[in-house]
Ligand binder design. Structure first.
Ligand code: NOJ
Length: 764
């Protein structure tokens, strides 16, 4: 995975002198590039290595086994915190989910002043899309096709996290997924490895800066390594069977991008890959991540994932599980304590080696030194609160929300609505703050959140409201979906809508419907929300359906009923303001789908970058690859799709050459023009296809994109650089190969782009 300056697309103003659009385009495959951008980690100075070695030499075996232990806030708080004091004094390595700066300082002081060697604790948290200023969920950020949104999110999340004493975040989550049933599809950038790679690198750089020892920076942990996004049946934690070429071409690239960008920690995954659990997977952890990619940070297990090796049926005992995890390359054990408890015995039995234990400890200490924890172990409690929810952070979250929304339908130009008209706001998510922050809300419940109703009323004063129905979105283990929007009596909602000039309908999922351990077997709007939409339609008023959800939904019952549909995902603490900005036209929507929306759940997995078949889908034929009960080969909405209040044309795809050696490169340029409507954004997308190769290649692969803002009538040229990292691929023996022959490029504004140019790769 390369992060090269040369890969940045340039947008050249053709009719205006406006500056080139910022943001990078990154190669998502291929061998290590020497010209990689400087990573967002402090250089591993000799000094750090010397200090690590000196400290390691002083450590007893017990102290080393403490260093590889990672405990939760709950564990530290046991016995009124007495357990935490004991753990800190014994030299525990890491603690996660503790967020009170006073407590963090307290345990840190015990570790620094009362443990024998005074090694500071690394405090971590799941700052996934914000700490207190919650940004849109990562799937939404994927929709923005704007790496600046991801980087601002993590810059602010890092600042707010670091202000309470946290120094590591369990993010970016980069699990590519073709599984909308899986609730955690909400946590990454969707189905494409390239888009996920760009967003991953932006998040790492935003959170770490150039030196994560800075007081407003944290070290990132890229997760869940690996292929956690492809659980069978979409059930969380479920097993995965994966060919080598798919693993390398689809699932590993975003991890590599994060590591190349400087991510110094990683989290191994719960799931088994080809029968080998992520946290006992030597090939993934040691051979690929540590050796092939030269990752010198540490890997922590996911929550009790080492203990779960017993359930996976690959370990016979806790000691066996601890040995398997450590030997595979897991350096730090979260929550369960198998390595620590059994380490001495395993060393005596030579089931683990001191060299490997030293290596794990060295990696953890290296990150602690790089994080500056030895120099600055404490946080300034007095400043912790002032760093939260600063006006500029809230403004960034509001902007991010608007940039992440995708306009799916706008028949008859219903949108934008006129704020001076009488607006009704209807639906179970209309006056709802809790669910707007999505399934990983961090400390968002302590934040002031703007509901859709608040946001609409701020721009259309006097807007009226009816809930329509209740959407409790029950938490586990009940999951009583029969309580979700159970009514069909929408009399009040109809009356409120009927008395207004225009209606905003806020429906979708609650935050409990998606996220961890929240797989769904149907993807429809929960309960009778479709009937609520029908009821609003019966009033004859112009209306827009605004969707809040953490996954692609099946919208068969909404498309064709609602004239306008706006996909808002879970926009974060500024949800209502972001929605109002788009609905009333202050912001012209420019987001694109980072994931396909199936028509029906039976189409899953359905994704744009699929391989061809011997009998391609054709709905006029029988003996072809299709569903007999679906009269289309496509999903409802394709990857890369999204409308705007303006109309754009992407034209004139041209190449700088038509033949290139396997080590050469070429430029592909296109023109993009705002042909009608107000100023707005278009995402220019470049796809590649290798039509004849030694193994079937995806029908399309995204290899470049650029979100461009254009005034009315403005035209720009966008140029992408293409090289072997784009036209090569990994084969089933894990080799990156570049094969001679024709390569087709497609450019446009979705994965259905038809404008094509070809070139030939010569040599091998
Ligand atoms: C389990 C989740 O899978 C992981 O993403 C998270 O970082 C840990 N819990 C810690 O909260």
């Amino acid at each position: 995975m390369n992060l090269r300056r040369g890969r940045f697309a340039t947008a050249i103003a053709a009719v205006a002198t406006s500056a080139a659009v910022a943001g990078g385009v990154y190669a998502a495959g291929g061998p290590k590039d020497e010209a990689a951008l400087e990573p967002a980690r402090p250089a591993a100075s000799k000094n750090v290595e010397k200090r690590v070695d000196a400290l390691l030499r002083k450590m007893t075996t017990e102290e080393k086994l403490q260093q590889v232990q990672l405990l939760s806030d709950g564990q530290m708080n046991e016995e009124g915190g007495a357990r935490g004091d004991r753990e800190a004094k014994a030299g525990v390595g890491g603690v996660f989910s503790l967020v009170d700066p006073v407590k963090i300082n307290h345990f840190q002081k015990v570790a620094v002043e009362q443990s024998r060697l005074g090694i500071p604790i690394l405090f971590a948290y799941d700052t996934i899309h914000g700490f207190r200023t919650i940004f849109p969920i990562p799937l939404a950020t994927g929709s923005s096709f704007d790496p600046d949104v991801a980087s601002e999110d993590h810059k602010i999340g890092a600042r707010e996290s670091a202000a309470v004493g946290l120094k590591q975040i369990y993010s970016p989550m980069v699990d590519v997924s073709h599984e909308p049933r899986w609730g955690r599809i909400s946590e990454a950038a969707g189905e494409d490895p390239y888009l996920n790679s760009v967003m991953a690198a932006a998040r790492v750089k935003g959170a770490q800066g150039r030196d994560y020892s800075a007081s407003d920076k944290v070290v990132t942990s890229v997760k869940h390594y690996a292929a956690y996004g492809q659980p069978e049946a979409g059930r969380d934690y479920n097993t995965t069977d994966m060919s080598e070429q798919r693993l390398r071409n689809l699932y590993l690239p975003p991890f590599k991008a994060a590591v190349d960008a400087g991510a110094d920690t990683a989290m191994c995954s719960f799931n088994a890959i080809n029968g080998v659990p992520g946290c006992a997977n030597k090939r993934l952890e040691t051979d690929i991540l540590k050796k092939e990619w030269r990752f010198d940070g540490f890997i922590e297990s996911d929550y009790t994932a080492v203990a779960e090796l017993l359930n996976h049926g690959t370990a016979a005992s806790p000691a066996d599980a601890g040995a398997q995890a450590l030997n595979a390359g897991t350096d730090s054990e979260m929550v369960s304590t198998f390595i620590r408890d059994n380490g001495k015995q395993l060393l005596a039995q030579r089931k683990i080696s001191m060299a490997r234990l030293d290596d794990a400890v060295r990696r953890i200490l290296r990150v602690k030194f790089r994080a500056g924890l030895f120099e600055n172990p404490y946080v300034d409690v007095a400043k912790a609160e002032a760093a939260q929810e600063q006006p500029e952070a809230l403004a960034a979250a509001r902007k991010a929300g608007g940039r992440s929304m995708v306009l799916l339908e706008n028949d008859g130009k219903v949108l934008p609505l006129d704020p001076s008209k009488k607006t009704a706001v209807i639906g179970p998510l209309a006056d709802n703050a809790k669910d707007m922050v999505g399934p990983w809300w961090g400390r968002g419940d302590d934040s002031k959140k703007v509901t859709v109703l608040d946001g609409i009323r701020a721009q259309s004063p006097g807007a009226t409201y009816a809930e329509g129905c209740k959407l409790p979105g029950n938490e586990p283990p009940q999951y009583d979906e029969s309580e979700d929007c159970p009514t069909t009596d929408f009399t009040e909602a109809k009356a409120v809508a009927g008395a207004a000039d225009q209606v905003v309908v806020a429906v979708g999922e609650t935050r409990a419907h998606s996220g961890e351990a929240a797989a769904r077997s149907v993807l429809d709007l929960p309960g009778n929300q479709e009937q609520l939409i029908e009821a609003i339609k019966s009033t004859g008023k112009p209306f827009v359906v605004v969707l809040f959800n953490g996954r692609p939904l099946t919208l068969d019952g909404v498309v064709g009923v609602a004239p306008a549909i706006l996909e808002a995902w879970f926009p974060g603490v500024q949800a209502g303001n972001s929605v109002a900005d788009v609905v009333f036209g202050k912001v012209n929507p420019g987001g694109k789908l980072p994931v396909s929306f199936p028509r029906r759940v039976g189409q899953v997995p359905i994704y744009y970058n699929h391989e061809p078949t011997g009998r391609p889908c054709d709905v006029t034929q029988k003996y072809v690859s299709r569903h007999r009960d679906i009269k289309s080969c496509d999903p409802q909405y394709v990857f890369g799709y999204g409308l705007s209040y303006s109309q754009f044309e992407v034209t004139n795809l041209r190449l700088s050459r038509t033949s290139v050696s396997s080590r050469g490169s070429l430029n592909a340029s296109v023109d993009v023009r705002n042909v009608a409507g107000p100023a707005g954004d278009e995402v220019v997308q470049l796809y590649l296809n290798d039509p004849v190769a030694s193994i079937s290649q995806p029908v399309r692969r995204l290899r470049g994109f650029e979100r461009v803002t254009l005034s009315p009538g403005e035209q720009r040229t966008v140029t992408f650089k293409i090289d072997r990292s784009d036209f090569g691929f990994y084969d089933n023996s894990g080799r990156f190969v570049v094969e001679p022959g024709r390569i087709d490029l497609y450019a446009g504004n979705s994965s259905k782009a038809t404008m094509r140019q070809s070139f030939t790769v010569t040599g091998g």
